[in-house]
Every structure is written in C-alpha cells, then in structure tokens.
Design a protein around this ligand. Structure first.
Ligand code: ACK
Length: 968
C-alpha cells in the first residue's frame, strides 16, 4: 500500500509540475466544446467503481484554482478492472464528436518490484443515451472507442531526475443520433493520471463569400460534405445560386455561384455600399461604380444611370456608359455635278458630329417653279441612289429629274439622338437648275463625207459653258458604234462620214456644273457626190430641235460664224485644238483624241500648263513617305481644294539640286497623265511648280503596286476577282491605245491598286523605261528594256507599239494568275530571249483557267498583227465574267519535274520550297508519305494559306497522275 501511495504521489507531483493552465486554453474557431474537465470548478461528478479504482484529486493551477483530475495506479495487484464514467454529455446536434485526452502513464519497468500484470494502456468507451441521469451502465453496453497507449511514458533517471511527458490523444465518435452519450475509461492495471478530457465537435463557422452569407454549420456525421446554400448580403442579388460545402474537419469547400451588388451599389469587403454622387453603376455586376460619362451627372447616391445635361441625349441603343450626345451640325461644302437630268451631290461631313459616330444623311428634294410660287416636294418620280434617307456616305445621285427645272436639295445630317432633340435639324441647301437643251439651228451636207452643224446654247446655262458635245452614229447602229466629238465652238464640221449614209446627231452643252440635256435627234443623210460651199440654199437645212430655244434666225448662224472667226470650210475637228474626239467604236475616225507627246511642245512648261492643273501648296498636307521614285520621295497625304471634298493623294516630289532637264523629265509624267481621263488610268490631280519642292499630285491607291499586293494576298482571290483585275487593266490599256499612247513598261509593278481592288495603269514618265525600272536591262542595241515583259520585236529593233503593249499585257495576266510570280522565274534575260525565239512560252500558272492561258498565248504571238487588240481583250474578259462556267476548265497544273526523287525536290518543283522544314518536321520525308496527305494535316503543319494548300494538293494529285513514273 505504501508503494501505491508513493507512485500516486509521484503522479500528482508530476501533474502539478506540469501546471496545465485553463486560462491559456484557446480552442480553434471551428471547434465547439461540449465538455472540458479542466474548466470544471467543482466536482466533475464522474462515477468511479470499484471505489478503490479511479480517484478524483484536486491540484492547483497557476492561479491557485483547484483543478479536477483522476488517477489510478493499482499496479501491484493483478486483475484490475477500474471504470471511470463521465456524466451525460449532450451532443448539441453534432453527429461526430471528438475526445481529446491528456494523460501521463508510468512505464512498468520504472517501477521496481511491480509484477508482470502491470499495464501500460487503458481503454476508452462510450454509451449513447437519451437519458441524462443513468446511474448504471453495464460494461457490455459500452462501445469501445480505442485502447489508449502513451506515446511517451515517464521514467525515473539515474540521477534521480524525473522526466515528465504529457500525452495527448484524440479519438472521434461518428454518427451519433441520441441526445447525448457517456464516456468511460477502463483501467486494467496501469499507473495513469487523466489530466484533462475535452469533448468537442467541429463546425464550419459563419462566413461571407462572393457576397453570400453562409451560416454556422455543424459538420456531417461521417466524412461526407454538408451542402449549404448561402443568402445574398443586403443590396445584392443572386447572379447564380451561391452554395458551399462544409467539410468534416470544419472547413468550407467548393464555393459555387455568387451574388453581385445591385445597380447603384458596389462591393466593399463583404457588403454592398451605395455609389457616391457623381458615380453610377448600371447593372448587378462585380464592377465598381464609375464616374458619370461626359455630359451627364448624378447628384444623389445609389445612381444606376447618370442623367444627361440639358441639350444632350442618350439614344435607346446607347448604354449608360456612353457619353450623352447631341444632334450633329449641318453638312458642309456641298458640291454637285450635273449630268443631263441627273445630279450627283457631294458634301463634307458636319464639323460637329454631336459626339457620335453614327451620322447619316437625309436628302430632301423640292421643285421650285421660280415664278414666285412656292417650292413643292419633288414627289416619287425622282430617284435617289443609293437611297434618299439614311445615307451613310456623304454623296447621292439624284436622277429622273425634269430638264430645265429649278430644284432645291436640302441635306440634313442625322445621328442617333436627332429624333430626341426638339430643335430643328441643321441642313445645307443646294439650288440647281437641271440641264437645258441646245438648239441645233443648222445642218448642212458639206460634202459626200462631211456634215456641218451649228447650234446655240441654253438660254440660262447653269454656269459658264465649258464645251459642247456632239454625238453621232449611223442610223440604227447606235449600239455598235457611236462617236463623241467635243468643241468649244457652236459650229462643227464632222468629217470622215460614209457617202450616202443617214446619220443621227445630238448636241449637248457642258457647263461648270456638269452636262446639260441632249437636244432632239437630227437625222441627215450624206450625199453621194461632193457638195458645193455653204450657203447654197438647196443644200442647207435650218432646223430647230430645241425645246428651250427661242426664235432662231439664219442671221444668228451667220453671226455665230463671224464671232467664231472661222470659215466653215476651215472647221475640221482634227485640226481644232479645242475639239477632241473620243471614239467608242471600232472605226477610228479622223479627229479622235490622240495623246500629245510633251516633246512636241517647244516650251515644255506650256505642256504642263495645258494638261495639268497648278495646285496651291497650302492645299496639300503631306502625311508619310510611302516609297522612293526616280526623282525623289513618294509620299501620301491629303488634298483639300476650295469647295471640294478633302481627298487622299500620292505626292511625288522632285528632290533638290535638280537640273532643268530633270525638272522637265519629272514634269513630263504629269503632262502625259493629265491628258488621260479613265477609271483604269491613275488620275492626275495637279502639279505644284510655283514653289519648291516641285510636286506631282495623283489620286491615292491604298493597296500600292499590284505585284506586291498579289504576293501579299497569295491564293486569296476567286478566279472571277482575278479576271476583274485583268479586265480593269485591259480597259485602261484600251483607252491608252485608242489615244495612240504606247506604254512600253506595262508590268504588275506599274499597276496600282486601290481599296476597292480597282487597278489603274501608272508610271508614265518619259525617262522611266530607261532609268526608273529596276527590271530594265541594256540590250545589244544599247536601249534599256524590261526584257521579260517586252515583245521580241521591241527588244530586237525597238518596235514599240500597242501590239507590243499587248505582249506585256499577256505577261501581266500571267503575273496576276500566279499571284506575283516572277515571269520565267530565275532564268537569265539572255535565256528568256533565246527561249522565246525558239517558241517557248510561259506555262499556265497553277489553277489558271484554260481560256485565260489561251488568251495569254494569243498575246504572245510572234507576229504582232496576230495578237488581239486591247478592245478585243476587254470583250473576251467581259464574256468570261458574264459566263463564269467558261472558267471552270483549268489548264493542266504546271507539271512538276517527273524526275523528282525527294520531298524537297518535289516542293521546289511545285514552287513551294518554303515549306521544306514544315514537311520534314511533320515526318513527311518520302514521296510515298505525301501521296495521301490531307488538308487538315497541311494546316496542322503550318501551311495555312488557302492558295498554298491548293498548290500543294494539286501537286500531290499530279504525283498520283504520274503514278508508276514516280520513284517512291
Ligand atoms: O508598291 P508601292 O507601295 O506602290 O510602292 C511604290 C512607291 O510608291 C514608289 O513608287 C507607291 N505609289 C506610287 N504612286 C502611288 C499612288 N498613287 N498611290 C499609292 N501608292 C503609290 C508605289
């Protein structure tokens, strides 16, 4: 017994030595304590039996407060079975509880003289019950939780020092369902001090996440997660139902869904706060309140939209984030061009678009009798192209107007808020008098092949008369062949007519404002014999076909001749510099407008004055350098001429330090270009010669030169688009050849492309073929010629004609169809000359329709008279465009060299050598490997251009076609 006491005292000693502190017990936030023996102030009230087993003792903590604990140490006697049972512990809704015990345990070896029955473990049990005051529970009713062993027992050391170790063990009890439970500790012969028992359960503490509030949640009984639905915090709304899972160890997992602060509120930590004045938030979103957009305000808190300032509006389609805007100011600088009874109106956009980008234009038309009566709406007979209201571009074509009538057109600029403003729309008005007819007063058979006409102009011309246009054609032949003559005089002798043939003539005036209406048709038959001079009353006929003409007298005719200072017999269209002739038919009649070589002028400056408009340098704004020309830089910029729209232009300048000859040569391009007026010829806007640098201003072509453009867009166009490109170039060349102008350097590099894919022939400098063209090479005869583009007769003996331009055109066709491939590839100039002489011609480019290659071959006929004329080329291309199925037949794919043995050689042969590495790294190293390559594989290996994919796949096809011949 004395020994037992001694051991027990040792336990107590060590227990007090440990000084467990109640005050220091801070439990984790997610644990709820159901029982803590250390915090009990009085008796714990636990049952111990038999009475000589577990013993309750009191020790003092660091504050000298008694603390309860139990100990047992009946190690000297065998067959121990000592039970200690707690009071009923209410489970408080928890399904799983944890029991944390702290204890010390003596090592049996450290107790001298104890028998072998000494134990070093004890058992822990529980019993679930709804009854909180059971006084007895049978041992067999308990459920065992575990056998508890010490991690550390304590041992007396040699020096008499005792090392004390406090063990802590935690066990859990799951799936509790009754009101509570009892815990029990069974000792079977160990020396134990049970220092503390704490029973707790875990919960997920209340939390706010994604603006959703989640309540305190007790963890699940087994290890399953507990799904919890959150509630949105004040002033927030559910974006997606918020949910989270409470895990068994008291942590929140897997947040799903969220709430967002409602309009007018923004998130601040875990709540929503009102938007401050001057800010707003329009939607329930994660965003913060934003400053009010321009021209709007929010005086109060919680604004979900800012109110527009007075005079500013928000259209229904505008979001609250957009600035408030106002209606636009009026359109500006209206200009118009009259053509008979059509008028083309253009204007500048309003200075102030009201802060919006959706400005459109409405055009109102009124007819004004001009006799003091009020103007009235034009009615539905007038046509507007593209439309009358809601025009997106600042231009409209108005047609089907009445001749010789006053019209007033008002153009209003409208934007998305125009309808919201109570003020009247701002507008600009143009008054126009439509074309007046010309009265033809004399028609006279002059000779068997000429006729003289005289007329007087409109009574009230719309601006100064610039010239008259006479159109004539053989009766009933108008569709095939008609001729237009222009003159500044009011009398004209038309020559070169067929004897004994009836012609129809019509005359109209052109004023500053545009073309007037044609007068009525005049029919006149040429005689079979030469006539005598004018004045023979038997030969002359006086006829008034005007609707507007007044009384017409023969005297007028005479006066007219006197004023014009011309004798009738002297009037020959081809000799009068004021007259020009544009032929639109097959027969080239005398008097056609021909190109005048600037060198035929004694004073080259006169040529410039005659053909190019002088522009004030202040109207030009140079923006950036786009290239280098022979004489200096080429820049792009803008040109704003008074009462004209601002346009983009290209500006070629003459570099400083030039000689007089260089200046002449530089400006010669403008004197040539200025003579042309065709949609497929680059248009000259004017020149700057009065100040330095001297400049040539042309229209701006957004896509630069055709060769580079094609290379950049390899494979991107349809065949019809390519034919459209070719048609444009051929049409421009037809115009030049009709004017007897020979280009000499027609090549894709000298064609410019605008943003609408319209191609225009350019590069008209006099010295350009000699100096400017990097392709030009010296021939044996000393001339510098772009060999690959030039016809053999031009290379051999400088025979440059429109037929040699046709040869070059064939090469341009080949360049276009092969997307900018170099003609004859890397063959030397000498080899090209030799090959052409021996009859070799370029093969059809990949995927080129047979008809187009045939047309190329026709252009490359050795005999120049066997080549088609540009007019025929245009007709052929027009037919192809009208009948696209004729383009379906593709010429044979340019066959790769049959002797290819490797993939690299094959890629070179189909001119796709740039993809060698792609093929090699994708594992295509033998020809048989590529025989079944697919489009998607090509894309995967980085061949993404459609044109290149096509080339490669047709190359594969030709490999198939060669079949057995290919060494695989
Ligand atoms: O191929 P590009 O971009 O097109 O580079 C050359 C460069 O200037 C030197 O001639 C470009 N260029 C020439 N005239 C014009 C023009 N009217 N519009 C746009 N680019 C032009 C040409």
């Amino acid at each position: 017994m004395a020994l037992v006491w001694m051991y027990t005292s040792l336990l107590i000693f060590h227990f007090s030595f440990l000084k467990p502190s109640r005050a220091l017990r801070n439990y984790p936030e997610n644990e709820v304590t159901l029982l803590d023996s250390m915090s009990a102030l009085g008796d714990l009230g636990w049952e111990a039996y038999p009475p000589e087993g577990w013993e309750e003792i009191s020790v003092m903590d660091e504050r000298n407060t008694p603390m309860r604990s139990y100990q047992v140490c009946n190690v000297m006697e065998a067959n121990q079975n000592n039970w200690l049972r707690t009071r009923h512990i209410a489970r408080d809704g928890a399904q799983r509880v944890y029991v944390e015990i702290k204890f010390t345990l003596r090592d049996c070896n450290s107790l001298p003289g104890v028998p072998g029955t000494c134990k070093e473990t004890f058992n822990m049990f529980y019993y679930e019950s709804n009854n909180p005051s059971l006084w007895f529970i049978k041992e067999s009713q308990y459920v065992k939780i575990d056998t508890i062993a010490a991690d550390e027992s304590f041992t007396q050391t040699d020096v008499g020092d005792r090392v004390m170790k406090l063990n802590t063990e935690v066990r859990d009890i799951g799936n509790l369902s009754k009101k509570g439970f009892y815990l029990a500790f069974q000792d079977v012969g160990a020396c134990i001090a049970l220092v503390s028992v704490r029973v707790f359960y875990k919960r997920c503490p209340a939390a706010v996440l994604n603006l959703a509030r989640f309540p305190d949640t007790v963890t699940g009984g087994d290890s399953a997660l507990v799904e919890v639905h959150g509630a949105c915090v004040d002033d927030s709304e559910e974006v997606e139902a918020p949910r989270m899972y409470c895990s068994a160890d008291g942590g929140w997992l897997v947040p799903i869904g969220r709430c967002a602060c409602r309009p007018g509120f923004e998130e601040s930590k875990d709540h929503c706060q009102p938007c401050s004045p001057g800010t707003y938030k329009a939607a329930a979103s994660d965003e913060y309140c934003s400053k009010c957009p321009p021209h709007s305000h929010a005086h109060q808190e919680t604004a979900d939209e800012c109110t527009c300032e007075s005079g500013f509006y928000r259209s229904r389609a505008d979001t609250p984030a957009m600035a408030c805007t106002k209606p636009p100011s009026a359109p500006e600088n209206p200009v118009y061009t009259l053509n008979d009874t059509s008028v083309s109106l253009e204007w500048d956009p309003p200075q102030d678009g009201g802060g919006r980008g959706d400005v459109t234009y409405d055009v109102r038309c009124r007819k004004c009798p001009g006799d003091g009566r009020k103007c009235s709406p034009c009615g539905s007979g007038v046509r507007f192209l593209p439309r009358q209201l809601g025009l997106t571009s600042p231009r409209v074509l108005v047609s089907d107007l009445l001749a010789d009538t006053n019209y007033s057109f008002s153009v209003e600029a409208v934007n998305g808020v125009s309808d919201l403003s109570p003020t009247a729309r701002q507008q600009v008005t143009v008054n126009i008098t439509t074309g007046q007819t010309v009265s033809v007063i004399l028609k006279e058979r002059k000779s068997k092949d000429s006729v003289t006409l005289a007329w007087h102009g409109p009574d009230r011309p719309d601006g100064a008369i610039v010239e008259y246009e006479v159109i004539y054609y053989e009766k009933n032949q108008r569709d095939q062949n008609y001729t237009v003559l222009k003159t500044k005089a009011t009398v004209m002798t038309v020559e070169g007519l067929k004897p004994g043939t009836t012609y129809v003539f019509r005359v109209r005036a052109r004023t500053d404002g545009g073309y007037g209406s044609y007068g009525g048709e005049i029919e006149l038959e040429t005689s079979h014999e030469d006539m005598l001079a004018i004045g023979d009353p038997n030969q002359s006929t006086i006829l008034v076909v005007s609707v507007a003409g007044g009384v017409v007298l023969l005297i007028f005719l005479v006066a007219c001749f006197v004023v014009s200072g011309r004798h009738c017999g002297y009037i020959k269209a081809k000799q009068d510099p004021d007259e020009e002739k544009v032929q639109r038919g097959r027969v080239k009649l005398p008097g056609s407008k021909t190109y005048i070589h600037p060198h035929t002028y004694e004073d080259p400056n006169q040529a410039i004055r005659d053909f190019a408009k002088e522009i004030d340098a202040s109207c030009i704004r140079i923006e950036r350098v786009i290239g280098a020309g022979e004489f200096g830089e080429v820049c792009s910029g803008r040109l704003k001429l008074p009462s004209k729209r601002e346009i983009y232009v290209a500006i070629k300048s003459l570099k400083a330090g030039y000689t007089e000859k260089q200046r002449r040569d530089f400006l010669s391009e403008a004197s040539i270009m200025g003579q042309f007026d065709h949609p497929n010829i680059i248009r000259l806007e004017g020149v700057v010669t009065k100040c330095k640098p001297v400049m040539i201003i042309t229209e701006y072509m957004e896509n630069g030169s055709l060769d580079t453009f094609l290379k950049k867009n390899d494979g991107r166009f349809t065949v019809i688009q390519l034919v459209g490109i070719l048609r444009g170039i051929a049409s421009g060349m037809k115009y030049l050849s009709d004017m007897s102008y020979v280009h000499r350097d027609l090549a894709a590099r000298n064609i410019l492309v605008n943003s609408n894919l319209v191609c225009k022939v350019s590069d008209f400098g006099l010295s350009r073929v000699l100096e400017d063209d990097p392709e030009a090479a010296y021939t044996t005869r000393g001339g510098k010629i772009p060999i690959r583009w030039t016809a053999p007769e031009a290379i051999a003996y400088r025979k440059f004609t429109s037929a040699s331009d046709v040869w070059s055109y064939g090469i341009v066709m080949w360049e276009v169809m092969s997307y900018g491939e170099r003609p004859y590839w890397e063959m030397s100039n000498q080899d090209v000359i030799k090959a052409i002489d021996e009859g070799y011609r370029l093969p059809a480019p990949m995927d080129c329709p047979v008809v187009l290659h045939q047309l190329m071959l026709n252009c490359w006929e050795k005999g120049r008279s066997d080549r088609p004329k540009f007019g025929q080329i245009v007709n052929t291309l027009d037919k192809l465009i009208r009948n696209p199925s004729s383009l379906k037949d593709l010429a044979n794919v340019s066959t790769p060299d049959l002797s290819v043995g490797t993939v690299d050689e094959w890629l070179d042969a189909i001119r796709m050598g740039q993809y060698k590495e792609n093929f090699a790294s994708a594992g295509y190293v033998t020809l048989d490997a590529i025989l079944y390559i697919s489009l998607s594989e090509l894309s995967k290996m980085g061949v993404t251009l459609v044109g290149h994919q096509k080339k490669i796949l047709s190359g594969v096809q030709s490999l198939h076609a060669q079949g057995s011949q290919v060494q695989v």
